[in-house]
Design a protein around this ligand. Structure first.
Ligand code: C2E
Ligand code: CA
Ligand code: CA
Length: 324
């Protein structure tokens, strides 16, 4: 046996359950230990966790721990999927704007495609959201670096609050950009107002560094949280994305129209682009256009689909443009 050839590192996740009640069955004890094992995996593996009935009840426990462990597995076994949704210049074909928002999906073992609303909040609770966001950024840029370099499209990444306050984030992004050759101008980040408000200083620093590198930054879900125009002064973003809740009923609600007009007018005076989210109806689109909202996103314009399909379309479009 060749001893010198290679070394392998073994690690284990261990779940511990105390059996201190004579009525506990063997099956119950094993189930508790199993849950604790999921929690150990979800917390980053190579560690132990002790089953706690209280944590279980408080956290949506077992299920949440399983979802978190499954998210970690999905990153490793190819079940975390990159989807995208086109962002349009309203009234123009998508190839005129070529912006795409990257959206994560998790393919469950039973084949169901799990939307991010079900696993991102869990990832945040278990402290793995930053790892997930990094995985998405690295995977998208390494798969589609060539399309980005050719200017066929630009990609926007969602960042969770944890990612935003990760002090090593820009070192990571700089490295990935260098490895993949993706141009800074082809990359954008979306930070939600809620994430920004909980990490004001981190958000400010993040935006400053993004601007130094000419990456775009959008303020996402604007209007949904504790909206404050103060953010716009503290960190000058490139784009404001108006939360879908102000868009979806705009044709019936005068109040929503006033809000959208106010945001659009402030954005214009700051030189920011505005994106209306959740455009589902033709009359909504027409009204937003009339109100001066330049960009839009929504099922009417495009339903999220696997990112590689969008990239293929964009690349074909870019080749056709060059040929004509
Ligand atoms: P978001 O950033 O506000 O993304 C837009 C969400 O609205 C997407 O949901 C999209 O599918 C959905 N949407 C777009 N147009 C319409 C429409 O016309 N009608 C309706 N009803 N919905 C529409 P999705 O993909 O389920 O993502 C939900 C949220 O999960 C995102 O909201 C974002 O906050 C988060 N998310 C997605 N991918 C990532 C990621 O990679 N990292 C992080 N940290 N968060 C992510
Ligand atoms: Ca977003
Ligand atoms: Ca949004």
């Amino acid at each position: 046996l060749g001893v010198a050839a290679s070394t392998r590192k073994l690690a284990a996740s261990i779940g511990i359950a105390f059996v201190d009640d004579a009525s506990t069955t063997v099956a119950d004890a094993l189930a508790c230990a199993d849950d604790a094992c999921y929690a150990a995996k979800a917390a980053g593996r190579n560690r132990f966790a002790v089953f706690s009935a209280a944590a279980e009840a408080g956290l949506g426990g077992l299920n949440a721990a399983r979802v978190a462990a499954d998210t970690v597995d999905a990153m490793e076994d190819g079940r975390l999927k990159l989807f995208g949704q086109e962002i349009h210049l309203l009234g123009k074909p998508w190839l005129e704007s070529r912006h795409v928002e990257v959206l994560a999906r998790l393919a469950a073992r039973n084949g169901r495609l799990v939307p991010p609303g079900e696993f991102i909040p869990v990832a945040e609770r278990f402290g793995i959201a930053s790892r997930l966001d990094r995985w998405i950024i690295r995977t998208a840029l390494s798969r589609h670096g060539a399309a980005l370099r050719s200017g066929a499209l630009t990609l926007g990444f969602n960042l969770s609050a944890q990612t935003l306050s990760d002090p090593q984030l820009w070192d990571f992004v700089d490295n990935v950009i260098e490895e993949t050759g993706a141009p800074h101008s082809g990359i954008g980040f979306e930070i939600t107002e809620t994430a920004a408000v909980t990490n004001f200083d981190a958000a400010e620093q993040f935006v400053r560094k993004a601007r130094e590198r000419r990456c775009r930054v959008s303020l996402d879900d604007f209007g949904a949280g504790m909206s404050s125009f103060e953010y716009l002064r503290r960190f000058p973003v490139d784009t404001i994305k108006i939360d879908g809740s102000f868009i979806e009923h705009i044709t019936q609600s005068r109040f929503d129209r006033e809000i959208v007009l106010a945001i659009t007018s402030i954005a214009r005076s700051l030189g920011c682009d505005v994106v209306g989210e959740k455009i589902e109806q033709q009359d909504t689109l027409a009204m937003l256009s009339d109100m001066g909202v330049a960009f839009g996103q929504g099922f009417l314009l495009h339903r999220p689909e696997p990112l590689e399909r969008i990239v293929a379309r964009a690349t074909k479009g870019a080749t056709a443009r060059k040929a004509s």
